[in-house]
Write a protein that binds this ligand. Structure first.
Ligand SMILES: NC(=O)c1ccc[n+]([C@@H]2O[C@H](COP(=O)([O-])OP(=O)(O)OC[C@H]3O[C@@H](n4cnc5c(N)ncnc54)[C@H](O)[C@@H]3O)[C@@H](O)[C@H]2O)c1
Length: 438
């Protein structure tokens, strides 16, 4: 375990944020950072920008801004790089994504136009419903990985960055279970050289990142780094990894509501979740195999929160159904409906209906910012491998193989803040509070 109260090295120089995928989420994130730097908008939703942390006892009145409590890269020190299968620069991509209005985009146009996508590593075996021209060619997957490594090194030199992180913002790949090739770094590298069909493009990016000592966070539900080969590789190279799938719209709501229902020991018979969305992500998820990745990452949340084995009378008969429907007129403004069938005292049934008209990328962008900064912090303090303390940001948080993931958003937030307190040698907050009444 990382020692308590270590000296945290300051963030020096610039932090390069490498983004596979210049689509709705990443352009909303990059445009947002520039808009905030220019004073055009506020960084709503970002813990690393506006979050606070209480230190010591409630009577001490010590509440600091998180960014003043731990040294994080400053917004003006972020440099962006990215890859996409389309040639559009970030300005053009942001216009097409249609998340931010044109007026705002025009004010950060120059900065966005500077962000031009490098050629992607891509395969229609993994993302079926889109294709584009800006794709690398290589002898085999190992060669493609070497090309990505070269991109990363060139970016470092060109932008003169001190450190880098990679945050996956590209399309959801099809659902795959780990195979033999994913079991160790040796079998994985052999698989790269032999062009194994089991190695996904996202895994080639992750391999390239870790090879260059660049932390990797996975914002999509793909398997990617959730395999022994990548976990071992990250530990050996002392590189932080985290995933997977940003916790934004419906699952965010689920992890707010489910702990509340469970806390009051109300029963549950069914939870039906459906969505309409019309962005490119929705188009990709129209493919049943990509949808399966999403279904699995969204689906695990309830099982863990409700602890079926401990509360069979309440949760052993739950029907959980998730639907995502591609509906172009809605663009990025997703609409989600949840029907939740619960029961209370003596088994009397009740219903909860949630209709969340959200904006997917508006919810995701601050998560990308926080992840980039916190992954960089992890690396500076020497935290390697799986970063469970960042579970707060994910639908299907990675954790050590012998553990179950923690999905309750309030526990996740406490875990995140206590990790920061631990790093700075501050007392952990347990909410015991008996000492106030002694
Ligand atoms: N928006 C959210 O709230 C949210 C929440 C959770 C997860 N996600 C995930 O984040 C990812 C991005 O979402 P989005 O809405 O920005 O999607 P998007 O379709 O707008 O952007 C994804 C971009 O990735 C590109 N791409 C696909 N494969 C690539 C590859 N191999 N290399 C480089 N580029 C590639 C596509 O061309 C596209 O421009 C998706 O996987 C999505 O499931 C999004």
């Amino acid at each position: 375990m990382i020692q308590k109260g270590i000296e945290i090295p300051k963030s020096k120089g610039k932090l390069g944020v490498l983004l596979p995928g210049l689509g709705a989420v990443s352009t909303t994130f990059v445009a947002g950072v520039h808009a905030v730097i220019k004073g055009l908008s506020k960084p709503i939703g970002s813990i690393t920008e506006i979050g606070t942390i209480r230190l010591g006892k409630r009577t001490e009145n010590r509440v600091l801004q998180i960014k003043d409590f731990v040294p994080l890269a400053k917004l003006k020190d972020l440099e962006f790089g990215g890859w996409d299968i389309f040639e559009d620069n970030a300005y053009e991509a942001a216009l097409k994504a249609g998340v931010l209005n044109e007026d705002l985009l025009k004010q950060v146009r120059e900065e966005l136009e500077d962000l031009k996508p490098m050629k992607a590593v891509f395969s229609n075996d993994y993302v079926k419903l889109i294709s584009g021209p800006n794709v690398k060619k290589g002898e085999n997957k190992y060669d493609l990985a070497q090309q990505l490594i070269e991109d990363i090194q060139n970016f470092k030199e060109a932008k003169k960055v001190e450190s880098m992180v990679m945050v996956w913002c590209a399309s959801t790949e099809v659902y795959r279970e780990p195979t033999h090739v994913h079991q160790s770094i040796e079998t994985f590298e052999k698989g790269l050289k032999e062009n194994s069909p089991d190695i996904a493009p996202s895994q080639i990016y992750a391999y390239a990142a870790i090879s260059c000592n660049v932390p990797f966070a996975n914002g999509a539900p793909n398997l990617t780094v959730d395999i022994p080969a990548m976990i071992d590789f990250a530990n050996d190279k002392k590189v932080p990894i985290a995933g997977k799938d940003y916790k934004t719209g419906q699952t965010f709501m689920k992890t707010l509501l489910a702990p509340g229902i469970k806390a009051r020991l109300l029963g549950l018979t069914g939870w039906f979740s459906t969505n309409i969305l019309g962005n490119r992500d929705g188009e990709v998820l129209d493919d049943p195999e990509s949808f399966k990745s999403k279904e699995v990452s969204k689906g695990g949340v309830l099982d863990q929160i409700f602890q079926v084995d401990k509360y069979p009378d309440l949760y052993s008969n739950v029907y959980h159904k998730i639907r995502i429907n591609y509906y172009p007129p809605r663009g990025d403004s997703k609409e989600g409906w949840d029907n939740i069938d619960i029961f209370g005292w003596l088994g009397y049934p009740m219903q909860i209906k949630v209709n969340f008209l959200c904006r997917d990328s508006i919810l995701a962008a601050p998560l990308v910012l926080d992840l980039a900064r916190f992954m960089d912090l992890s690396q500076r303090v020497g935290m390697k491998g799986i970063q469970e303390w960042l579970s707060f940001y994910f639908k299907a948080p990675m954790c050590a193989p012998e553990l179950y993931p923690e999905n309750d958003i309030f526990i996740q937030l406490m875990k995140l803040k206590n990790t920061l307190r631990h790093l700075r040698g501050e007392e952990l907050i347990t909410h015991l509070g008996l000492e106030y009444y002694d």
